[in-house]
Design a protein around this ligand. Structure first.
Ligand code: AP5
Ligand code: ZN
Length: 215
């Protein structure tokens, strides 16, 4: 299964991808996570990307396309993958299509998570994640079952993202509507797009996605 989760910042792409990994035995390819790892490791890409990400802008297409091409070449992507946060521009979508064509592959589904802006801001400002395994939580809506302990790995360390503040979030939303939302029409025309309500409870969104994957 080759799947794209499309949607604005805070729509729930990462949350849903994490749930699909175990059920379907395929990896999540989050360009945001890959770029944050590059920033943390202070690689040449990470050093350039940091200021761009902190401002809520997009890292150049050629940089992200190269990262994704490398990652898709790994063995664990041969049976499928979940793309989370990529593609984010029409140029990235064209690059992905060319890359998959070269590998004799095609996308099975593009699922758009639709969420209103005011809810997105609330979600992002309350978000935190496990410092060890990356499981995503929220201050109000989705706390660990046992307070202060990650449900998934038992770690007691959590972290917040530097771009999860109101000012950067406004910039990320503007960037989304300008650069990424045209992909909705792009994939609609290709017949692969399914748009779903991303404002439903997390379990309901997962169920809707699973129904689409079965179809
Ligand atoms: P990236 O890391 O991709 O961030 P994003 O797209 O802004 O998306 P988020 O990770 O913020 O949100 P999400 O949809 O995964 O939501 P989540 O599941 O966490 O990108 C960061 C930066 O990297 C970009 O700004 C850019 O600079 C750069 N970048 C990345 N990819 C790039 C690319 N392809 N090209 C160029 N630059 C790139 O959920 C959010 C919160 O809501 C959580 O707290 C969660 O618990 C909660 N929640 C989720 N679902 C629900 C629900 N149904 N009900 C209630 N709460 C929910
Ligand atoms: Zn964890």
């Amino acid at each position: 299964m080759k799947l794209i989760l499309l949607g604005p910042p805070g729509a729930g792409k990462g949350t849903q991808a994490q749930r699909l990994i175990d059920r379907h035995g395929i990896p999540q390819l989050s360009t945001g996570d890959m770029l944050r790892a590059a920033v943390a490791a202070e690689t040449p890409v990470g050093v350039k990307a940091k200021a761009i990400m902190d401002a809520g802008n997009l890292v150049p297409d050629e940089v992200v396309n190269a990262i994704v091409a490398d990652r898709l070449a790994a063995d664990d992507c041969s049976d499928g993958f979940i793309l989370d946060g990529y593609p984010r521009t029409l140029k990235q979508a064209d690059a992905l299509e060319a890359l998959l064509k070269g590998r004799g592959q095609h996308l099975d589904h593009v699922i758009e998570l639709k969420v209103d802006d005011d809810i997105l801001v609330k979600r992002v400002s309350g978000r935190f994640s496990c410092a060890n395994c990356g499981t995503v939580y929220h201050d109000e809506d989705h706390r660990p079952k046992s307070e202060g302990v990650c449900d998934n790995c038992g770690s007691k360390e959590f972290k917040r993202r530097p771009d999860d503040n109101a000012e950067t979030m406004r910039s990320r939303l503007r960037t989304y509507y300008r650069e990424t939302s045209p992909l909705v029409g792009y994939y609609h025309c290709k017949g692969t797009l399914r748009s779903i309500d991303g404002m439903a409870p997390i379990d309901d969104v997962t169920r809707t996605i699973e129904e689409i994957l079965k179809s």
